[in-house]
Ligand binder design. Structure first.
Ligand code: F6P
Length: 546
């Protein structure tokens, strides 16, 4: 990649490049020293999120230049454009107005002839009434029994956000209705649920912005066949609800008029948790908790729009991400929630960040000559410590990490919080400071091992200098989850500004979708009846590259 970034003056980029060379060569001891003052200089508390980025590979002079880069990217104008409905998703000629979905009042927000706020508030009221009817028993299955189970059928943005939030907020779930998810094309989840749920008490929620996604339609048909067999064809509609922009397709599927909810093309799938796509979440946790989730996101939206430079948290996190990726060559980013309830957060953030910023054409249609996107992955700590942390500490890749750390865990015991925090913070420190050969050799156990201790000492060295950020908060409640997600959403947006790309389209995955559908008839034509291996050989040959 020849150019560092499309924004920032050449002089600034050159200075940042020189800083990167200098800092990469600096030992962790020299960079972090005694650590005095770092934590105070490099941390922010915003809306109950305490974000400590003192373990990043930055010093005062780099940070000054990075903030200058942020200033040159003119983020406030881009935020205004987003919040006022400018079609910033230019390749689809659409605004990206997910912030309007968690807007808490204000005057009209006119996009063309439409007052977007009015639409959102009307749909919210409809959703809340539906949730009340299902949870309260006013809306029942065809045999008159109350719904005890809801199955959300969707994929990508119509699945990942709802699953992640339902899992994260289990401690806030209202009793009476259990929520399940079916997404994968292979049918496993559908088969498993069909085997254990009672169709008479099950409500199936088809969640698909387009209502054309192969996986979702296939799974919806699987669920429909099950309901029709058990309850009778005439009773199917009583067991289905749907969320989509595609009203003719909902008609064709037979979704009842009072069980369908809309969203709009100005909401991207991966930004849609706040819309009717969050219905499964609202059914699980109730409307009051869902409103808190929206409140939390809105608090970060206001912070993002009204805060300048070094105090603007999404900007700070995006600058660090670009510093790590484009200057320090650290393109992989681990998300490490020290909260088991957040176990689906890495998967959710994969779509949010990788489907958004995995682009190699700039907004002007030219091929980029700088790196974009970040490889996001992760697992909850402390499980991850006993798995892939070896590579984080001692591997040849320099990988950045986010440690997410609640003060209060599900047990409510301070002792458990202390153990969790000590694990997370010890890892963050070890990644940052590492362990030198001298320190290893000074270890009494290594000394006691004599010649073998000396011979094997290099294996115990940790290079350090692995950047991480700690995001700490009081507890994982709906408002906090809303804040965390909005923070990551806005980080993605600022990254896209620094990379000069459109984070709201997804032409890459569209190609795969179309090609999968085209291969169905090819595979249907492959002869069967001669065993699985024969069929697989023929299938690979028929669909391969020749
Ligand atoms: O995977 C591609 C994608 O278009 C995602 O962007 C989207 O979230 C997902 O498919 C599901 O789409 P839909 O909600 O239209 O079924």
């Amino acid at each position: 990649m020849s150019t560092l970034l499309p924004v920032g003056s050449p002089e600034l980029l050159e200075r940042l490049g020189a800083h990167a060379v200098r800092l990469k060569a600096l030992s962790p001891t020299a960079l972090y020293g005694a650590g005095q003052g770092r934590q105070a200089s490099y941390s922010l508390e915003v809306e109950g999120l305490l974000v400590d980025y003192s373990r990043q590979l930055i010093d005062e002079s780099v940070w000054r230049e990075l903030l200058e880069l942020g200033a040159q990217a003119n983020v406030p104008a881009a935020v205004r454009a987003m919040y006022t409905g400018v079609p910033i998703n230019h390749t689809e000629q659409r605004p990206a107005l997910h912030v309007a979905l968690r807007d808490r009042g204000g005057g009209p927000l006119q996009v063309g002839d439409t007052d977007v706020r009015e639409l959102v508030h009307a749909e919210r009221a409809k959703l809340a009434a539906f949730v009340l009817a299902v949870r309260g028993g006013a809306r029942r299955g065809a045999s008159g029994e109350r719904f005890t189970d809801v199955v959300n059928v969707g994929i990508g943005g119509s699945d990942l956000g709802p699953v992640m939030a339902v899992e994260a907020l289990k401690d806030y779930a209202e009793p009476g209705v259990a929520v399940h998810f079916v997404s994968n094309i292979d049918g496993t989840e559908a088969v498993d649920l069909i085997a254990r749920l009672n169709p008479a008490t099950t409500l199936v929620l088809i969640c698909s912005k387009t209502f054309t996604t192969l996986e979702t339609l296939t799974n919806a048909r699987r669920m429909r066949a099950w309901i029709a067999t058990a309850m009778g064809e005439d009773n199917v509609a009583a067991h289905f609800a749907a969320v989509s922009t595609n009203h003719p397709a909902m008609d064709a599927f037979g979704v009842a008029a009072d069980a369908r909810f809309t969203m709009w093309d100005w909401v991207g799938g991966r930004y849609s948790l706040w819309s009717a796509v969050g219905l499964a979440v609202e059914l699980a946790i109730g409307t009051a908790h869902f409103e808190s989730l929206l409140d939390g996101a809105n608090a970060i939206d206001r912070h993002f729009a009204n805060t300048e430079g070094a105090a603007n948290l999404p900007l700070v996190l995006a600058l660090l991400s670009v510093w790590n990726g484009n200057f320090l060559g650290c393109h992989s980013h681990a998300v490490l929630p020290y909260a088991q309830r957040l176990h689906r957060l890495p998967a959710y953030l994969q779509q949010l960040t990788m489907e958004s910023n995995g682009k190699s054409v700039a907004r002007d249609g030219q091929q980029v000559s700088w790196h974009t996107g970040t490889v996001i992955w992760g697992e909850p700590g402390s499980n991850g410590q006993h798995s892939f942390f070896e590579l984080l500490h001692q591997g040849t890749h320099r990988i950045a990490a986010d440690f997410l750390l609640p003060y209060e865990g599900p047990t409510g015991e301070l002792a458990d919080s202390i153990l969790t925090a000590s694990n997370a913070l010890a890892q963050a420190n070890a990644l940052a400071r590492g362990r030198t050969l001298e320190q290893v050799l000074a270890d009494p156990k290594v000394k006691a091992a004599g010649a073998a201790g000396v011979a094997f000492a290099p294996h115990r060295v940790h290079p350090g200098g692995r950047p991480s950020t700690v995001i700490a908060f009081e507890r994982l409640d709906p408002a906090t989850l809303g804040k965390l997600i909005a923070l990551y959403e806005h980080r993605v947006y600022v990254e896209s500004l620094l990379w000069g790309i459109n984070p709201f389209d997804q032409w890459g995955v569209e190609l795969g979708k179309v090609q999968a559908e085209a291969l169905v008839p090819v595979l249907q034509a492959v002869p069967t009846g001669q065993g699985a291996m024969r069929w697989l050989h023929a299938a690979l040959q028929a669909t391969g590259l020749g």
